[in-house]
Design a protein around this ligand. Structure first.
Ligand code: ADP
Ligand code: MG
Length: 452
């Protein structure tokens, strides 16, 4: 056990960097290995929460790579005051809510993931604006837009960009007080301050930062007193000219149960969305991750066409894409085989099947008709008025993009139109997309709704 963990520790330190290692991983001990679960003991709940949220993956990876097959981690808090049920164990996947304390600067900001840097962020059309805005904020200087509001679906890089901002800004200005946390943690801290009657400290802490970043702000929707406090914190910082960065899974106006005054405050700065990835971006991300994995798994052979295959087939989000690649490398290294298409299909069967849930042309037509408030029969029918023709072309475009149907097959589903008509429609929308921002937004919205 000691050997296994000793070896793993050394590699983890290289993998996550020595600061992160010392702070988060050094206190852990490996206490057991059974049925694919590695048991780790941890001095505090806080630590076990963070480790299970942020470091499960590298730990699993390193253990597996060193020939200890594990699928799960479980954490035991060793220094618990002895309760009737003994030490508490929490499975890594269902990490308990963090209970960060307001005990000074060290615990002020959530730990940053060492991998989430600007250098590791691959820029493409769907995220170039968000990336540029994030860079701008990281540079510091005069606040040009406040807040920066980043939004987009899961796994598209919001958290990555926020960590990158924090890291970069801190490197430029070591004196800057930067506070990054999720809206969930904001709430826990606030509730804790209420309970412990330390609200003044709480206010003081949040009002003296230079850069505040709150991730996944949709979480506070419907939580009235937290929203209220957030609103005041927000205003106080904006008044002092301090930069704020917010992320959410949707645009401010679309977050239900968020107070109007907060929505309008959030909309005052720059709102940028991270679009769903396109094929080119997915391929670049895969190439970049492959480079990183090569340092961990030297000597692995990657067959041609594997990355292209993955970029085509796994379209859901970057996290899934990354997970797939990681599993593939780990598998190939364990089996001592080169990575080819056969192995890819075998090893990733479940992920591939899940992303195969393709939408049908009919679903697309229904959604588009609903969105533009027209009848489905008109959408596929022969009338050529513009109010019908444009949505029809959008539906054709989405059908081509989102399904694997051929042009003639799509034509048949659009009232027996010729494949050239479909091609024309698809081309037309491609042209319009780059000129007409509101049309581009409509399309993204529809696509997201269909992918959900
Ligand atoms: P979100 O917060 O939007 O749900 P994350 O920032 O957590 O998404 O990203 C999910 C995973 O995908 C992370 O591991 C992140 O590093 C990776 N990722 C997302 N976008 C990119 C990108 N453009 N380049 C490199 N990695 C990315
Ligand atoms: Mg996130």
């Amino acid at each position: 056990m000691d050997n296994i963990w000793g070896q793993a520790r050394a590699e983890l330190e290289t993998l996550v960097g020595s600061n992160n290692y010392t702070r988060w991983l050094a206190p852990l001990e490996l206490t057991g290995l059974k049925d694919g679960t590695a048991a780790l003991s941890c001095p505090t709940h806080f630590l076990s929460d963070w480790v299970s949220r942020h470091y499960s993956r590298p730990i699993l990876e390193v253990l597996n790579r060193n020939g200890t097959p594990v699928e799960r981690l479980s954490f035991t808090v060793a220094a618990q005051p002895a309760g009737p049920a003994g030490p508490a164990t929490a499975p890594a996947a269902r990490a308990a809510a963090p209970r960060p304390a307001l005990r000074g600067d060290d615990e002020m900001t959530a730990p940053l993931d060492a991998r989430f840097t600007f250098d590791n962020f691959v820029v493409g059309k769907p995220n170039e604006l968000a990336h540029a805005a994030a860079r701008r904020v990281a540079e510091g200087g005069a606040v040009s837009f406040n807040p920066l509001f980043l939004y987009g679906g899961v796994g598209l890089g919001k958290t990555h960009l926020m960590h990158a901002i924090a890291r970069d800004r801190q490197a430029r200005d070591p004196q800057a007080r930067i506070l990054y946390l999720s809206a969930e943690q904001f709430m826990y801290r606030f509730v804790q301050a209420l309970r412990e009657r330390t609200v003044m400290d709480f206010k003081e802490l949040f009002r003296t930062v230079d850069l505040l970043m709150v991730d996944d702000v949709q979480f506070i929707a419907g939580k009235d007193s937290t929203q209220e406090e957030f609103f005041h914190t927000f205003n106080a910082l904006v008044d002092q000219g301090k930069q704020i960065v917010i992320s959410a899974d949707r645009a401010p106006g679309e977050i239900k149960d968020l107070e109007e005054r907060i929505k309008s405050r959030l909309s005052c700065g720059l709102i940028v969305d991270l679009h769903p990835t396109d094929y080119e971006l997915r391929l670049s991300i895969l190439q970049s991750k492959t480079e990183q994995f090569r340092t961990i798994y030297p000597g692995l052979v990657l067959g041609t066409g594997v990355l292209e295959f993955l970029a085509h087939r796994i379209t859901s989000n970057v996290r899934v894409l990354e997970g797939a690649l990681q599993r593939l490398f780990a598998f190939a290294s364990l089996m001592g085989r080169p990575i080819d298409l056969d192995m890819t299909q075998e090893c990733l069967a479940d992920i591939l099947r899940a992303s195969d849930r393709k939408v049908s042309v009919e679903e697309i037509q229904r959604k588009v008709a609903e969105h533009y408030n027209i009848r489905l029969s008109d959408l596929v029918g022969p009338k050529r008025v513009r109010t019908l023709a444009r949505p029809r072309q959008i539906a054709m475009y989405l059908a081509k993009q989102m399904t694997s149907r051929s042009l003639p097959e799509i034509g048949r589903r659009f009232g027996g139109r010729d494949h050239t008509t479909i091609l024309h429609g698809v081309k037309r929308i491609e042209e319009l997309r780059s000129e007409d921002r509101s049309l581009a937004e409509d399309i993204d919205l529809l696509r997201r709704a269909l992918e959900a």
